[in-house]
Design a protein around this ligand. Sequence first.
Ligand SMILES: Cc1ncc(COP(=O)(O)O)c(C=O)c1O
Length: 414
Amino acid sequence: MGMTIRKGSWNKGPDLAFAINKRVADAKRKYGQDAVINACLGTLADDDGNIIALASVYKRLDEMDRKVIASYAPIEGEEDYRRLVVESLFGSYKPKAYISAISTPGGTGAIRSAIFSYVDRGDPVVCHDYYWSPYKKICEEFERDFKTYEFFDKAYRFNIEAFKNEVNKNLKNKDRLAVLINSPGNNPSGYSLSDDEWDLLIGFLREKARDKAKRITLIVDVAYIEFAGDGDEQKRFFEKFTDLPDNLMVVVCYSMSKSHTAYGLRSGAAIGISSSKENIEEFEASISLTARCNWSNGTHAAQRILIDLEREENKGEYLKELEDIRLMLEQRADEFVRRAKDKSLTMIPYFGGFFTFVPTDRAFEISESLEGENIFTIPSDKGIRVAICSVSLDKIPHLVSRLAYYVNKTCKNF
Ligand SMILES: Cc1ncc(COP(=O)(O)O)c(C=O)c1O
């Protein structure tokens, strides 16, 4: 006899990535670290396989007054945290609009609050078909209608026509709709929308918002933005959220997990952007209330760390460390792409983020074979996700070679 209500028990089985990661730990114990390639979990590891915890970040925690760590943060987040998240995230590409940030536990908190507040039961949430699996689970929990379209056309470019069709189809009988985009550095594909693709997407949503009966919300998950290009070119698209119609709202979901190697500190923010002051006041009230009803307040220590790191005298130290890990990841990605080309292994064009992606309809079979060789990846219906964030540079050639062997199914060349 099940005791939980139906909604409490629809979720069968453990999270795939965490389940596979447990097998990685077993393999490491049995065969040793060097014999194992762990390309499954999305945390950045150094070349010895240890999780990276930036010294500039954790020194602040070590030195923080325990009374601050122990204390509650304001429900909406510390004033300075909210301001600095906006300044540091947008940089020189801050849109001209009313903008406000409310703290959340990681990007996950921001995503679930945006989905909860901006679409109602049965309303569509339109997302690309390569997506981080909690999106769908959040929609299921809240009874939002999660819909997908083909992210890529045949040349592996953003499939704007598929996007338009899906939005059109869902707006026909509904007045509220959310679009969920994870770019730059999409998980799992590594894809980033180009500025031209953003123009097409926003141009289309503007057109749809001409019907004033419609309320459209664009939710943008930027969890990997600091690992999606050097300099800040990858942030230019933020400027395009200037002068939007007042029935087209944007919520950017910010996370400290990757940018500050602070996965366990659980800190992020939902950032509302609108040409209407009233919309932003409503955003603040709604996202704060939903915080109060769920987690109450964010992690105070994490907010203070960010505030401290943004000070002029500390910022250089943090940015230098961030650049070092960004470069480390870039080298791994470049090596992966080069080797894949050599081995004629098809992959989605990589622009950033923690993962590369090899499309195949035999992903489960192949990842099982790879596991037999102590190479751990994440299979899905669309292909194999490879967490290059946790694979050392020297292991990439072997990883690509074995992937190519199974995907291309020709032993001769390998
Ligand atoms: C695409 C994507 N969005 C959001 C998150 C949220 O991370 P967090 O809640 O730790 O900020 C993750 C974490 O893996 C992710 O991959």
